[in-house]
Ligand binder design. Structure first.
Ligand SMILES: [Zn+2]
Length: 428
């Protein structure tokens, strides 16, 4: 990875959201040196900071707010975010093209302020190769944690990525093989999904298989994230003790939505992180509504807008109730999938606020909570001395209006300043 030089950089933002306090603070400064945050304190005390013989630089953002770089817990870097399905990307593209796309997507993500993200499912060795490319500095991007191909039953959701495994012994071997290849966490398709040969409304794995996956992963300190699109799969994942549930939607086996009070209580009583992926539906609807302003929608588009409006309403009501019940939400866009391109994780953070988190809680769900869920809070997730200097500066105060998160003024990853999307555009 390219290294930051050793200059002491004193950053003076108008406000600081440090990830620890319950409000934005004024009059604060953050000093970074090398790849780390060295000091956080009152701006009036920065003169006494010693650069240890290295150069010194002051960077001022009087109208800006400094916060920890965003962390998107759920992405698919192989996917184009242009509406193509997983099956289409499987058939139209090959691994070389998919890997090049991952490189482009990671560059877009870091320029938008995401300094860490999880790739929750890519083809074959793509995720591992991406990580190696990032480590060598060939590719620009956030820190990327990868699962490799998700574990899935034969013909299950995302089977084409290469992670099919059935039965207790086979799933155990698959987890070991993924860890051998470099998996930072394990992703399970615990129910079906959009993959045509799978059923989103049925649990895919038995509790015995899920428990084996979790035991094997935890034995090697790898967290487990489970994709669950139905109530039955959510309960199996709870039984097995996974660390996070993705989507977590309450559908019965006949495909009908039903809020399940007993499951809600189990989720609230658990320590499991829930990733609602509501920003994805919103991105789809926003796109169709924009098209509708320009021309008539096709019958298929009308149908999709209608179905998405209904399911989006169900999700919002479900997660609003779950937030009141006390569950822990974590931000993950699922970008790359459907019509959600990389570069707007902010949309997911806003959807968490819509479900009842305060603006500050929603920001923390997109910065510190993913780090907590992945067990790496000791190195990232908040603005505290000793942690990696992964920082984001936005114009305005996002704790007053989350829209300011989209107005990115500066991004630092490991102390190194990265060109923002605006700066990249200015270069032409
Ligand atoms: Zn996903």
């Amino acid at each position: 990875m390219p290294q930051a030089d050793n200059t002491l950089r004193v950053i003076l933002p108008g406000k600081l959201i440090d990830g620890v306090n319950d409000k934005a603070q004024e009059g604060m400064a953050v000093a970074i040196q090398g790849s780390a945050i060295r000091w956080v304190g009152p701006a009036s005390e920065t003169d006494s900071l010693d650069s240890g013989g290295a150069g010194r630089e002051t960077i001022e953002f009087p109208d800006g707010t400094l916060l920890a770089g965003m962390f998107d817990i759920h992405t698919h870097t192989n996917m184009p975010g242009d509406g193509r399905t997983g099956e289409q990307v499987n058939e139209d593209d090959n691994d070389e093209i998919r890997l090049l796309r991952s490189a482009r997507n990671t560059a877009a993500a870091v320029a938008s302020g995401v300094t860490t993200m999880c790739d929750c499912g890519s083809w074959n060795r793509n995720g591992f190769a991406l990580k190696e490319g990032l480590a060598e500095g060939i590719v620009e991007g956030p820190r990327v944690l990868v699962s490799g191909p998700p574990l899935t039953v034969t013909g299950g959701h995302l089977w084409y990525m290469g992670g099919e495994a059935d039965g207790v012994e086979a799933v155990r071997t698959m987890v070991r093989s993924l860890i051998k290849q470099g998996a930072d966490f394990i992703k399970i398709a615990a129910s079906g999904g959009s993959t045509s040969t799978s059923d989103p409304y049925r649990a895919a794995y038995s509790v015995a298989e899920l428990t084996t996956i979790v035991e094997e992963a935890h034995n090697r300190d790898r967290p487990v994230l489970a994709h669950c699109r139905c109530t039955e799969a959510i309960n199996s994942a709870l039984d097995a003790g996974v660390d996070a549930i993705l989507h977590c939607s309450f559908y019965d086996s006949d495909g009908s939505y039903r809020f399940d009070q007993r499951t809600a209580e189990r989720l609230a009583a658990s320590e499991i992180w829930l990733n609602p992926t509501m920003g994805l539906g919103q991105a789809n609807r926003d796109r169709l509504i924009k098209i509708k302003d320009e021309r008539l929608l096709t019958p298929d588009e009308e149908d999709r807008l209608e179905r998405s409006t209904v399911s989006g309403g169900n999700s919002l009501a479900q997660f609003s109730a779950l937030v009141k019940a006390g569950v822990k939400l974590v931000g993950g866009s699922d970008c790359g999938w459907s019509y959600y391109p990389f570069g707007d994780f902010q949309g997911e953070i806003m959807s968490l606020h819509a479900a009842g988190l305060s603006r500050l809680e929603a920001i923390y769900a997109g910065t510190r909570s993913p780090a907590a869920a992945l067990g790496i809070m000791d190195s990232i997730g908040t603005v505290e001395p000793g942690k990696e200097a992964d920082l984001l500066v936005v114009n305005g105060d996002p704790s007053q209006d989350l829209e300011h998160l989209r107005d990115v003024a500066a991004v630092f990853k490991g102390g190194r300043r990265i060109a923002t999307n605006t700066q990249r555009a200015a270069l032409g």
